[in-house]
Write a new protein. Sequence first.
Length: 192
Amino acid sequence: MGRALYLPLVAALGLASCSEEFAYAPATTSNAVVAGVPAADYPLPPPDGDVRLATLGVTDAHPVDAPTTVADAVHVRMIATNKGTGAWTIDAREQRIVFADGIQVAAGNAFADPGPEGPILRIAPRSVETIDLYFLLPPAFQKPADRPDFTVLWTVHVPARTIEESTSFNRLEDETQADMTGRWGGSSSPSR
C-alpha cells in the first residue's frame, strides 16, 4: 500500500518528465533498488525490519497560496518494512531535506488519503508501507542546473525507541551516470 505525504503548501502534484542531464543517487552504496533507481538501505536491529530511501525525481507542485503557479518538488520514496510484533509510526512533520547551504525543507502534514491518524502513518507489525514524500524546492533551486546535493533527515518511531537517520544524495552530472541511476523526473512506479 502506498501513501503520499504532501508539503503543507502543496495542493496537487502532477508528475512531470524532465529532459535534464542530472540525477541523484545515495552517497552510500548498497544493492538496494526502489522503483528502478538506487536506494539507501538501513537494516534496523532484529526483529524490527528495515527502511529504504530513494529519490524518484522532481514533480510539478501547485502551492496552496498560489494555485496557478507551478513549482518543483523533490519526490522521495521511503519503503518501511516492519518485521517486528509492535507497530511503527512515521510522522510526516518530522521528515526533512537539507541542502548543502543549510536550507531545510519539511515534508507535509497530510496524507493523500487522510485517515484518522492525520499526519502520522501507522505501520502494522509484519507489513510493508510505501511512503511518497514531496519537498517543495526553494526558489533558488527551481532551475535544474542550480540543484545541489541534499540530505534527507528521517525519523521512524519503533517500539520503545525513536530512530533518526540521514541519507545523503549526490548529484551526478554525467549523462551516462544519470541513465544508470534514474533521472530527476523519472519513473514513479510503485515497485520496490
